[in-house]
Design a protein around this ligand. Structure first.
Ligand code: URA
Length: 208
């Protein structure tokens, strides 16, 4: 399955708090991190482990360690930075690859203005993070950039998605696994998710 909706009491409760109109910057930021940690837990359930033997307090003991592909977190500027620390809390050794896009106001297409990828992408799982999966335009561009750079294992973590964006991305890239805290009703005429969270970047950074 490529879309995983994290229907979990803690996530649902925290997302409900994030929807309150006058939430403070600090509370929004803290909750975005907390939900990101929980989404990371969901998105890493299929990581492979291997057994190794260590010296424990009472002698030899077999333990599990994660094997195989390493992880890069891919925050989409700017709002994706608000999820990065939550993911890093869970995977402290992950490398970070940053991408940024602006919208061409004539074509309405995302235009890449910043890309700084970590190395060996063909050996890594990329965890793209962005609070809102709205039209899916920047997500498609990010997936295409990662694939061009050799990445073959891509997951995306989002707080809220619109059905329109989810459909667009899953049809274009059925191999990409999407983890989302909630799928809301629809996009409005200017591309905001309803009921949504409003402008997630503004709420994380305290701008207006
Ligand atoms: N970006 C946001 O911050 N909010 C939306 O609802 C859509 C895109």
């Amino acid at each position: 399955m490529s879309v995983h909706i994290a229907d979990h009491p803690l996530i649902n409760h925290k997302l409900g708090l994030m929807r309150v109109k006058d939430i403070t910057t600090k509370d929004f930021r803290d909750l975005a991190s907390e939900v990101s940690r929980l989404l990371t837990y969901e998105a890493t359930k299929d990581l492979q482990t291997q057994t190794k033997t260590i010296e424990g307090w009472a002698g030899s003991v077999e333990v599990q360690e994660i094997k195989g592909k390493k992880i890069t977190i891919v925050p989409i500027l700017r709002a994706g930075l608000g999820m990065m620390d939550g993911v890093l809390d869970m995977i402290p050794t992950a490398k970070v690859s940053v991408v940024g896009y602006y919208r061409n106001e004539e074509t309405l297409q995302p235009v890449e203005y910043y890309v700084k990828m970590t190395g060996e992408l063909e050996k890594r799982i990329a965890l793209i993070v962005d609070p809102m999966l709205a039209t899916g335009g920047t997500l498609l561009a990010t997936i295409e950039t990662l694939k061009r750079a050799g990445c073959r294992s891509i997951k995306g973590l989002f707080l809220v998605a619109a059905p329109e964006g989810l459909k667009r991305v899953t049809e274009a890239h059925p191999d990409v696994e999407i983890y989302v805290a909630a799928v809301d009703e629809r996009l409005n005429e200017v591309g905001y998710i309803l009921p949504g969270l409003g402008d997630a970047g503004d709420k994380i950074f305290g701008t207006k």
